[in-house]
Design a protein around this ligand. Sequence first.
Ligand code: BGC
Length: 915
Amino acid sequence: MKRPLILLAFFQLVTIWTFAQVTVQKLLTENRVDPIGIDVPMPRLSWQLASAKQNVRQTAYEVRVGTDAASLAKGAIWQSGRVSSGQSVHVSYAGPGLQPGQRYSWQVRVWDNTTTKPSAWSSPAHWQTGLLTAANWKANWIQPGFAEDTINQPSPMLRKVFTATKKVKSATLFMTAHGLYEAQINGKRVGDAFLTPGWTSYNSHLQYQTYDVTDLLMPGQNAIGVTLASGWYRGRLAWQNQRNIYGKDLALLGQLAITYTDGSTEIILTDESWKSATGAVRMSEIYDGELSDSRLAQPGWEMAGFADGNWSGVITKPFGYTNLVAAYNEPIRKHEARQPVKVLTTPKGETVLDFGQNLVGWVKFRITGKAGDKVVLSHVEMLDKFGNPYFENLRTAKAQATYLLKGGAETLEPHFTFFGFRYVRVEGLTGPVNPADFTAIALYSDMPKTGEFTTSNALVNQLQSNIQWGQRGNFLDVPTDCPQRDERLGWTGDAEVFSRTAAFNFGVNNFFAKWLKDVAADQFSNGAVPFVIPDVLTKTGAFGRTPMGAAGWSDASIIIPWNMYVSYGDRRVLEQQYASMKAYEGYMESVAKNDIWSEGFQFGDWLSFVDTEGSPAFEAKSAFTDVHLVAQCFYAYNTDLMRKAATLLGKTEDAAHYATLLERIKTAFQNAYMTPNGRLISDTQTAYVLALQFDMLPEPLRPQAVGRLVENIKKYKNHLTTGFLGTPFLCPVLSRFGRTDVAYDLLLQETYPSWLYPVKMGATTIWERWDSMKPDSTFQSPSMTSFNHYAYGAVGDWMYRTITGIDTDEAGPGYQHSIIKPQPGGKLTSASASLQTYYGLLRSAWKNEAGKLTLTVEVPANTTATIYVPAKNADVVQVGGRSLAAAGLTVTGNEPGYVITKTGSGIYTFTTTER
Ligand code: BGC
């Protein structure tokens, strides 16, 4: 009897295995996990297929959306029905109009190519709408009712007591401010976002946040308390000491929507019934830090029972609601927490904590002291060659957190500022320092970490770590140039050159989509794009007051939308930005004369190598590239992207225009900057790199240009000399033209100028200059020496795309069709990278052991990949121990040194002994 039973069980197992359906998982709404407070009228839905089988493709899907997860089966407000389609990413909701402040649930099932049955329905995912329209704002803008100390501008605190009359089913808080805000309900912090409402071009877009505060409310009396601070709104910004860029007074807008279990609703608003006072935070500024006096704290002020008899009232202001938008990107949250790796005593006798990593955020610490004791934490990135904290590169930013103690034990941290630091000088401690009392907390936009990259070379791995830390620190709601000095601005050029690398390391789709809205909002009427977004420089006349664009900087308006489209397959960003992109292209057309963009201000190849020391190691004095030659190359680049974007969006007339324009731009380039033999007027790496990258040279003249580029690199003894604009394309151009060997020489170069020189000098982030710190441990000019500038980290893109060979086909963007073409070299014995795409995990890893190369590629379900296996020919390649043919793979092409095959999803391990 037993045998048939076992057999039956065995057959059941086999049946389950063979006919196992795919699982549908990792649902995203507008690219986020269960977002709350979005105002997109037709959110896009994405899901992943998971299956143990290979070559799995979705053939159809069905989505259903309801207001209640439990009753999706019966009470859906929208069912797509079975849609024959392979699309599993960015599928637009197409049901009835969404209601404000409403929670929606959705789930999906799919059909795939391996069975006829649908998958099970996925677990439900959710989203909650924001207020959607200005008309749904009922609250009043309020301001404190007391006369402000206009010198120190202590943080106002605003409070209100209200009664929850019945049992609360749900409660949602919508809130924003002029300035920054932090809210508490009944003494508990609302949400985990920091520096809200974030930074936008406030006059055009002011984000509001939405919080589910159901669990914070209590039956009966409740209190809400909100602290405000100057932040980007009215604090000091940019290096010309300007304040009050968006306004001079702080204000709060908040609306709390309560639904009781009996279905009735109530709404608590900011209005004239609120009270105001000040408390512990006596001063806070983005650049200068925060001053907090615990003796002035008002304990319990965010609780209902607090006696606020001596508090002032508030005044209401008609600021309106038309610029309000629901926050679209991930908020700034707390991330890594690190304790000091060392407590140092400097030659000057000061106590300095070394956190071992340059990061952006602040320090939280425990302390026991006497009332009135003063503790000052001063933040720096570096120690000078004597071991003292180096303050000069902060320029006028004080970057200090100052605390006056109340006496007894306290735990303290700032609220409305941030610092870029690795070292903290601590003053005012009475006893010995206990490092365990201090924690550095990294704060940055909560972008999902998507990329991992590692090799057998520890220095390259540190470079990758530095790139990622540079991104963490400078992706703080806007992409900033640096996080420490009196700047910290949304420099367009820096963001542009780094954007593609950024999209490997973290999920930056929504981050950039939000910022690009301000690029469009702040664009000048002649189409030029300001150099920083949000634009806080034009008003000051830092670059004159005539609206103008600069190549590589203003181009962020075209290049970043395109890069996001390619990286995420997200067409909407192109649709939304197209008018702005076209306007900037139009600006370039309008300033170009006879198709040459050769007038006006340009940053050019910013911070390229300059041999100020006259070092004998280099023959040339500098690597300066004519700025207009650079501009012409970027004019072509932008025009080509416009041609592609217009084609994609079906704007055929535009596409035809850009195609013809592009040819004219290239001809003009050749006439102006190139000899008939193909030598360029600037004999620099950047000139040849850009000309080759953007196909500026006639095809027959390209090989000689590659030769000149390589010769130039050799002349500099395998050192790069490129600046912001040449650097991102240096290695890609070498690889494209068959000189990956030289690209590796540059990557692995350990002396200045190179990527690994700072690593050898102990860098933990990317530096602004190739020699921010010189070999003798002195610094570059303090007026521009940041140790956390991500631009040169743009080599990360090449590292992923060439060393491990992870790339997307532009025709199958967002890794719907991947191209995996690893290029081992540079004495690396292994390299591995993975990327969390919207389809799932894409991975490429190779190792070279005893003459045997093993390449493992993981291709997510519902995608395909063209894999270039580094091998002499197909006969010497095995996959999973079998020949390619036996494994069902066909050779789809050949390239010297590669066997090319196309696969569907699955994990494939190729081995070869002959390359
Ligand atoms: C910033 C840059 C920026 C540059 C342009 C600098 O002050 O830090 O990274 O792109 O100015 O001039």
